[in-house]
Design a binder for this molecule. Structure first.
Ligand code: URA
Length: 234
């Protein structure tokens, strides 16, 4: 692949920056400066360095973000702050997008990636990727409400699939869904005459939110988490 494409996919430099860096002798392939940014390299075999730093090529990036309140799960928005605004410039150049949506006031785990095919599979209703949320409700949930929610409730235009609920108090618990309709959990609670007052996603497709991340912080998925995500993806 062309070295400027590789550097741009890695978020290291735009195509025009690569051309300039090559002219300045700042791109080395196997220790030798390249004069042009359109030279072809084998990312598996060639050793590439940019401004003295070795570049390890990875085709796709997977990031875990701890979403704070007030950000929308979109790549750009004319009025609102998006989850991508929480990244740095290098990551922002990688064409990342959120794999699934959380409401503006929902907190917690968002996976950002540029792996369109895997994201598409993970989000497909057929895939049944598990999403676990911590929730708080305005009113206590009776046993009969929990049973109704677990069996599936009518949320207006749709009857929800069975889900699992574990209560941790009268008004709080964890809910595991295998689907993701618009405002699903909020609408489910409304279907049993209750209301969500707090919602946080703590796991997605087997990957748990790293509790050491503050709200608004992010990190790359570890190799194990990547495997988990992509295994759940098969
Ligand atoms: N269900 C909701 O109602 N909102 C979310 O953000 C996620 C699930």
């Amino acid at each position: 692949m062309r070295i400027d494409k590789l550097l741009s996919e890695m978020g290291k430099a735009t195509r025009s920056e690569s051309a300039r860096l090559a002219r300045q002798g700042k791109i080395l392939v196997n220790g030798v400066p390249v004069k042009r940014a359109d030279v072809h390299v084998d990312p598996e075999k060639d050793e590439i360095a940019l401004c003295g730093t070795k570049i390890t090529y990875k085709k796709f990036t997977y990031i875990m973000l701890n979403k704070p309140e007030g950000y929308v799960s979109a790549t750009d928005d004319a009025r609102e702050k998006t989850v991508l605004d929480l990244l740095n410039d290098e990551e922002r150049r990688k064409d990342l997008f959120p794999c699934g949506r959380l409401d503006k006031n929902t907190l917690g785990l968002v996976i950002l990636t540029n792996d369109g095919e895997s994201a598409h599979r993970l989000l497909s209703p057929k895939h049944h990727a598990k999403k676990v949320y911590k929730f708080k409700s305005k009113l206590p949930l009776a046993e009969s409400d929990i049973k109704a929610l677990e069996d599936g409730v009518d949320i207006g235009d749709y009857v929800t699939k069975p889900c699992e609920i574990t209560m941790t108090g009268d008004c709080d618990g964890e809910i595991t869904l295998i689907e993701g309709k618009y405002h699903q959990i909020k609408r489910m609670l409304e279907a049993v005459d209750n209301k969500i007052t707090y919602l946080e996603r703590i796991s997605f497709a087997g990957v748990a939110l790293d509790t050491s991340l503050d709200r608004g912080e992010w990190r790359y998925l570890t190799d194990e988490e990547e495997k988990l995500l992509l295994k759940e993806n098969k």
